[in-house]
Write a protein that binds this ligand. Sequence first.
Ligand code: DGJ
Length: 734
Amino acid sequence: MAILFDSKAKTFTLQTKKSTYQMKIDEQGVLLHTYFGAGTDESDYSYLIVPDDHGFCAQPSEHGGNRNYSLDFYPQEYSVHGNGDFRIKALRAGLEGRVPALDLRYGGYEISDGKYALPGLPAFFAGKEEKVHTLRIVLKDLYEEVYVTLFYGVFEEKDIITRAAVIQNRSNVPLRLKRAMSMSLDFPEGMDAFICFHGKHAGERQFDRRTLHSGVTEIGSNRGTSSHQQNPFAILCGKDTTEEFGSCCGLSLLYSGSFQIQAEVDQFEGVRVTCGIHDEEFEWILNKDEEFVTPEAVLSYTDQGLGDLTRTMQRAMSENLIRSPWKNKKRPVLVNNWEATYFDFTGKKLLQIAQQAARIGLDMLVLDDGWFGKRDDDNSGLGDWYVNEEKLGCTLRELVEQVNEMGLQFGIWIEPEMVSENSDLYREHPDWAMTIPGRDPVRGRNQLTLDLSRREVIEYMKASIDQLLGMANIAYIKWDMNRSVDNVFSSAAPYLSQGAVRHKYILGLYEVMEYILSRYPDLLIEGCSGGGGRYDAGMLYYVPQIWCSDNTDAIERLRIHYGTSFGYPMSTVAAHVSVCPNHQNGRVTPFQTRGICAMQGAFGYELDLDKLSEEEIRQAKEQVEFYNMHYELFQKGDYYRLSSPFEHHDFTAWSYVMPDGSKASLSVVYTDLHGNPKPQRIKWRGLIPDAVYELDGQEYTGAALMRGGCILPKPRENYDSWMAVIERKAKRNR
Ligand code: DGJ
């Protein structure tokens, strides 16, 4: 059994294949956290807690005489404000007009088969016939009718433990939540480093590894999205942990709004990590019998390095988080017209691009921004989701029919969460936009954010989508969102409830997403927020792929894809071949290299195909054929980072290996050139040691390729690249 309650020791032990997680109810009913690490037995690990009389460490009331016990240094499962613990807390709440403090004690448990779900929020689910178990532990305030239920989902085979908390007020006095994290977790030692993925627009998820020092290390977003600047995925690891060795714990928050992850090194060098909804601007009032559900946090521990952690997370997200049926289907190789035309297109131009796309063998044309309302630049039109037939020269249905006749599917861009002040929608419903009364609003990209905390806005959004999808044969939508959300104020909510608006917005967004997914199950949805500004596990519950970045330069994408790979499956990374000089940074790279980089994820093109040379068309055809032949490897293969673009200056390399070792690819992009260069070697990973593979007409054992490695061809020009696919041979020829 993956969850064991030892009634004598009062321990809960959660077992996965490689890890063990343990909690213990102590004599006072406090739920202590006693272990999370490499798989071990169900011994009571509370012997590792050392009671001592540490100065300035307070005692809860019943410990008045025993100064060796203090919640200021005892590891706890869900830390709360107000019981003598001065570290970062999971929960800060209080009954209105009374002391803003809680003291949670054990109140019962339940173990059940299957995985719990969270109403209105994304959550991991059990696969068909997969054995997953749920543990619920109830905590109750020592004085008041306030309850917290801790939820645990144990995916034994997948090495995943999920957590969430539900806070319930059963008292007659309103309970004000000021901070309600999804979890807190205490490590007494061994987690010396923190890895996070920071960035900016057009430069998301850059790998950042920091040594933890005393005090609080914090990342987060207060932008209303998970953001380009930080990502709700982080890793705690040992100081010596590498790609292949050492202990690490991955932490992913299934949330697409403002979030916070904090890691505190306390006075005795233990580390506490918390994660959840950002507490800035957050306030939630629970009246009698109401409850608050936190987003889910997903944990995985391994002592086999960052690569192993990545593959565990990627596999679990592919199988237990993404629901779209597209996760297992071959994604259409598409051309998107954004970098080809921006706002300056006609129906005729689109059809020319489509014609070339058909010639190259692509599957889909995606019409990006500018097809609706009055939208010839990014200052107007958002909210008016009716087709600009004058610009297209025909109806949308007619355009789509012509595209379909060429053998291509059709996809379209929308940005439903936004409104331009210069739009019919805004003129009709100015109060649907979030602005602070009596103040000129803060604008982003000259647009305002619709108030998705309001029922009528949610319903309007669903209706606009229905209307759009009813207009023509649309197989795909790209759901964009192009600003950081500020001036959060809902004119429909009382002044004192404004602290709930940010979270209600996200619940509204999830409701619309759920509606689309259930009503149009075959629709392929690509998430986007100015590229990867909302690249999080919460979104992946609704969409199987996300436009990874507005930066399409192949070389900058090496770093962006590298960072993204730690937390997310590569099949979710939408990546396109674009024109050179690149529109974001002016760099020139070979067409082949752009193709190899884009094939790391959901592959496509984003340039004016009509302007390609015959040689480029030949290469594009070859790329598409190659991708179509091997897409299963890229979509389902295990991903190996072979060299880091942040550490290795000469080249970046990665590999996909089918889980049964039958087929593998290796991709290399050279990032520097040298006169009189040394031979470059690389070691494959994940192959079957005694299997035989053929590479460039020569046979090698898996062991040879992994331990001896192979020699890379010499680069011929700046940013040259190389890619090989090898297959396991039935037997050796000699
Ligand atoms: C931002 C997206 O990331 C781009 O790909 C493009 O769709 C533009 N928005 C359109 O406004």
